[in-house]
Design a protein around this ligand. Sequence first.
Ligand code: PMP
Length: 290
Amino acid sequence: MKFAILNGEMIKRSDAKVDVEDRGYQFGDGVYEVIRVYNGKMFTINEHLERFVKSAESICITLPYTKKKITTLLEELILKNNLQEGIVYMQVTRGVAPRNHSFPTDNVLPSLVAYTKEVTRPLASLKTGVKTMVTEDIRWLRCDIKSLNLLGNLLAKQKAAESGCFEAIQHRSQEVTEGSSSNIFIIKDGSITTHPSNHLILKGITKDVILQVCESNKIVVEEQTFTLEDLASADEAFLSSTTAEVMPIIEVDGKRVGDGLPGPVTKRLQELFEQEIERQCGALKDKILK
Ligand code: PMP
């Protein structure tokens, strides 16, 4: 039997139900996080909690529990569900109130939900790389908030799925912003570029780990906007996310990136990223590069 957390209590997953007037359900009025679990341990949990609090604050939701309390709850959930490799999904909404666009005036308690899912690392794709396509970024101007409102992202990802692609790379005018559920990096003549973490993209936790490992290994990365043309002429490209890690991009809109194989810089970053996972969560059974 699997368990979930609903408002601070561990209950049977099948009993975790929300009210039809939960504002998350009606308006997408809430924020969420997806945290990777390796060897039963959460990777970059503090960074995810920081972002969770920040996202919630940006839409004027005060979390009902401290970060410490949430960490303890999630650790208990992972143990209870005997999760070794997978994810924790967690969301908070503004709570249950009669439907009205403006925020409830009485003290409505935000609803916090968390559950786990077994997800293996996408090792095959991490070795071979993935195909992508480009699509216009039609989202709002606060993409830095990890909001439950994901319609723009969903429409982009669906286009990718219908084209047999792993990801849709979004752009505003000629500038590449981010993937529908990932950050995008390009490499040209050995130097790495990724969109700055501003209101147009989500500040990915994986992106930040990559920036840190680059810094400690004296690999130069620039947080600079780049264009569709830069993407098309890149030597290498990759995307990053909690579940996809450092994922090589081998094709954009049917055209090869570089020679159409994961490149040396991307592979080096995959290696450094795995080292960071092992530092935090212990030895990995399988590695990308053996
Ligand atoms: N951008 C978007 C729009 C996303 O949904 C995600 C996945 N959460 C990311 C970037 C990557 O963020 P992270 O590395 O924290 O998973």
